[in-house]
Design a binder for this molecule. Structure first.
Ligand SMILES: [Zn+2]
Length: 242
């Protein structure tokens, strides 16, 4: 890691405005992956979080008055949403805790079997969660169930839009079988990280429609002043029909 000056000379620091800490700032690249490593020097936010908030503000500007649930929150954007939305709640998944109950100060929810009533939420948020689910089709269906008509599932995932989706892990007779090299992502509530199950690809929209009856939009923002640029900054919005 170089100094601020050498990073500036190399073009790894750029001025702009951060939508999460809502002030003029510098964006500093800590590596070569802008999505995860282009950080606001003031609040530490990464490009993926700023991108999610940018799309939310643009597409659903009335979100602050909505019933929102976020599964597996983490980072500055989740904190921002919690402060600014009156109806925000969040949960984590713990495999050994009954869904709907509390554990270590967190509500426990299993996306594949949510404890929420039908049609009780306006907006459901997941950030880089759906690549880790063993039965994502059940989770898409569950989110559709708990959303009101016209409600939205706003999410991010690593997405390979030029390929078919593929399972890295398959279940054979109840056992996990690794059919492609094992990959883990960081998890704020599990030091072991989260195993990647699915590399999502071009068939994502048809999978969601098939299992949840929702229609998918994919929005890609490139906005240098807002510190939103680089590969993979897609934001996904599935809408439940009215
Ligand atoms: Zn910031």
């Amino acid at each position: 890691m170089g100094s601020m000056l050498t990073d500036a000379i190399k073009g790894n620091i750029s001025p702009g405005y951060c939508n999460i800490c809502q002030q003029a700032t510098l964006f500093r690249l800590h590596g070569d992956w802008h999505r995860e490593q282009l950080r606001c020097v003031r609040c530490g936010s990464i490009a993926r979080w700023r991108s999610l908030l940018y799309v939310l503000n643009q597409q659903i500007p009335q979100w602050q008055n909505m019933a929102i649930h976020e599964s597996s929150p983490g980072g500055a954007v989740s904190g921002y949403l919690a402060i600014h939305a009156n109806g925000y709640s969040s949960s984590h998944y713990f495999s050994d805790v009954k869904p709907g109950t509390m554990h270590n100060g967190h509500q426990c929810e299993n996306l594949e079997a949510l404890s929420f009533a039908d049609e009780s939420l306006d907006l459901f948020i997941t950030q880089d969660v759906f690549e880790h689910l063993l039965h994502p089709e059940r989770a898409f269906a569950e989110i559709a169930r708990v959303l009101k008509s016209g409600g939205c599932h706003l999410f991010t995932i690593p997405w390979f839009g030029f390929e078919r989706s593929r399972k890295r892990v398959e279940i054979h007779d109840g056992e996990l079988v690794h059919v492609h090299p094992t990959e883990y992502h960081g998890n704020p509530v599990d030091p072991n990280g989260s195993l990647v199950i699915t590399d999502w690809g071009q068939d994502l929209a048809s999978e969601i429609h098939k299992h949840a009856g929702m229609s998918l939009q994919i929005i890609t923002v490139k906005n240098r002043i807002r510190g939103i640029y680089g590969e993979g900054l897609n934001v996904f919005m599935s809408f439940k029909p009215n």
